[in-house]
Design a binder for this molecule. Structure first.
Ligand SMILES: Cc1cc2nc3c(=O)[nH]c(=O)nc-3n(C[C@H](O)[C@H](O)[C@H](O)COP(=O)(O)OP(=O)(O)OC[C@H]3O[C@@H](n4cnc5c(N)ncnc54)[C@H](O)[C@@H]3O)c2cc1C
Length: 387
């Protein structure tokens, strides 16, 4: 007896709209970002004019509903945008990533109507956001944060220091986590919407980094910073949920940044090895080189499948915790190894700043550190599979 078998689309299949979106964001990045990459890395700055163009392009409010001026698209679209931009510059990639997968995502999910109305329209129209959880003493152990909040009725008073905050220099809106009741442990953690210009809030020192140098990473100082009660994001004492659940999704965005970076390194490598001649022929003609490139492309394809599948699971409302951790740990390793191969195959030219791959090699390292180090991802995966 013949059985009816349902043939499902390939895992890599994008809808027409998704493919168009990915291609148009890549064309934008190639045209508007690529000419600035070296200068931005050297000056450690993303020009405001470029940020304005990212807003015009619609990649700074991807999941913001159209009613608030956003693109009204999906988390998967955010992943495609971060990938396409990071293929050209992972520094600009992380600016777009934090805006969409952390800040907008958290407000979309946890903001009440008033918070959404006040903040989403700004985030869709020119205002950059940042997400401030880490501190000098609390990174992997994020809930050990020492920033305190005191309840003063109509407002809360925040005191403490945040460290490593991406978009610190560009942002006007900061999601800041502080503990209202340290005796309750992590159950005292609350998320607040803090604005540049609020009394007692300053952006401090910017870090001088190994990679993603154009992306600002700053200290934030909260000195008796008064935040209106209406600026609590989610519920008082439930900030740990906001933090953990947003980061669970955010790390898929870092996976996207890493596959974009790896694709960028591979693009450069393919082009260069076809041009560079040694022993009278292009080095891409040597089987030893071909096999290295073939392995890199294979690893990248596997990483992309993990990233896309995690994003699809998230959009489908299905469990994705294990898959998201796997996609981050794997894609950041692939990015490092593909960028390293790119440096090797460029030879001496791979080691100097006149060529693009040494930067990608430096940029790749961050994927294994932020939004949960690789060890912390492995811990999550182990918990899921070992119980
Ligand atoms: C460029 C950059 C941008 C960042 N952007 C942001 C941001 O926008 N917002 C924000 O809140 N934070 C941000 N961070 C902070 C980042 O998330 C932390 O650096 C990261 O979580 C690691 O924390 P840590 O640096 O304190 O390292 P630690 O937690 O001290 O870890 C040090 C080492 O110990 C290992 N380790 C720790 N605990 C365990 C364990 N239980 N088991 C096994 N190994 C363990 C880690 O894997 C790591 O290798 C950023 C960091 C950087 C460098």
């Amino acid at each position: 007896m013949q059985q009816q078998v349902e043939i499902l689309p390939p895992l890599t299949r994008l809808s027409e709209d998704e493919a168009l979106f990915r291609d148009s964001v890549y064309e934008f990045a190639d045209r508007e970002i690529r000419p600035l990459v070296r200068e931005m890395d050297e000056h450690q700055k993303i020009p405001r004019e470029l940020i304005d163009k990212l807003f015009e392009m619609g990649v700074m409010g991807i999941e913001i509903p159209e009613a608030f001026g956003g693109t009204g698209a999906t988390f998967f679209h955010s992943v495609l945008a971060v990938e396409s931009i990071s293929r050209v510059d992972p520094s600009v990639g992380v600016l777009v990533d934090v805006q969409n997968t952390l800040v907008v995502n958290a407000i979309n999910r946890w903001g009440n109507d008033d918070v959404k109305r006040r903040y989403l329209s700004r985030l869709a129209n020119g205002t950059v956001g940042a997400y401030a959880l880490s501190e000098a003493g609390s990174g992997s152990d994020a809930f050990a944060l020492a920033t305190r909040a005191a309840d003063k009725g109509d407002e809360f008073v925040l005191s403490g220091r945040k460290l490593w905050i991406t978009n610190g220099n560009e942002a006007d809106i900061f999601i800041v986590f502080a503990n209202l009741n340290p005796d309750a442990g992590y159950r005292g953690i609350t998320a607040f919407l803090v604005e540049r210009g609020m009394a007692g809030f300053t952006v401090g020192k910017k870090e001088d980094k190994l990679g993603i140098r154009a992306s600002s990473t700053c200290e934030l100082l909260l000195e008796d910073c008064r935040v209106p009660r209406a600026n609590v994001l989610g519920e008082v004492g439930k900030g740990y949920k906001v933090a953990i659940e947003t980061l669970n999704e955010g790390r898929i965005g870092i996976g996207a940044q890493m596959i974009g970076l790896a694709q960028g390194a591979l693009d450069h490598t393919i082009k260069y090895t076809k041009e560079r001649k040694q022993f009278g022929k292009p080095i891409a003609d040597f089987q030893g080189v071909q096999f290295q490139i073939a392995r890199a492309a294979t690893a990248l394809e596997a990483a992309r499948l993990l990233v896309y599948n995690s994003a699809r699971l998230r959009d489908a409302g299905q469990p994705f915790l294990k898959e998201a951790a796997m996609c981050k740990v794997f894609s950041s390793e692939v990015a490092e190894s593909v960028a390293s191969l790119a440096v090797n195959l460029y030879g001496g030219y791979g080691f100097v700043k006149d060529y693009p791959v040494e930067k990608l090699f430096r940029d790749a390292k961050i994927g294994q550190i932020y939004e949960g180090t690789s060890n912390l991802q492995l811990q999550t995966i182990a918990k899921q599979i070992l119980g």
